[in-house]
Design a protein around this ligand. Structure first.
Ligand SMILES: [Fe+2]
Length: 154
């Protein structure tokens, strides 16, 4: 079973193991996705087909950043904010609590930001907004674009 299949079918496991499996498999998936979505600061931004989708869904790149930042700031406690594609290729920002993922909801994720406090406390203390601003400058838009093109093929 792939990690994605394990996450999406964990609800069929007995409750006493389904929850720990979802938490741990989700944690692996979410952190892999998060770290693979970052690179050294480059000043890059969405390009090509992805840029068109960002503009269509959010008007422009600045509005997208505002939408994602607001969602990430709104998470109560621990979780992730995501940029995900729906089946029609439209982009949307969603949030998940704890180590849940957007996979069981049918969304194809292309970017996530970890807002568990452990992701930013050492540098930014409790200032989540400062962390999100820093994180936006290290997003690997090549990876996000590759993920979006893969979503469109499935
Ligand atoms: Fe984390």
């Amino acid at each position: 079973m792939s990690l994605e299949e394990l996450i999406c079918t964990s609800g069929k496991l007995p409750a006493d193991i389904g929850v720990p499996v979802l938490r741990n498999a989700g944690g692996v998936y979410n952190h892999r996705f998060y770290f693979d979505g970052m690179s050294t600061p480059s000043g890059s931004r969405p390009f090509g087909i992805l840029a068109g989708a960002v503009n269509q869904s959010f008007t422009n790149f600045d509005r997208f950043k505002e939408t994602l930042s607001a969602a990430a700031l709104s998470i109560f406690g621990s979780g992730y904010a995501w940029l995900a594609s729906d089946r029609a290729g439209r982009l949307r920002v969603i949030t998940t609590p704890n180590q849940e993922t957007p996979l069981p909801c049918g969304f194809c994720p292309i970017l996530n930001v970890d807002v568990w406090e452990h992701a930013y406390y050492l540098k930014h203390y409790n200032k989540r907004a400062d962390y999100i601003g820093d994180w936006l400058s290290v997003v690997n838009w090549q990876m996000v674009s590759d993920r979006y093109l893969l979503c469109r093929r499935h």
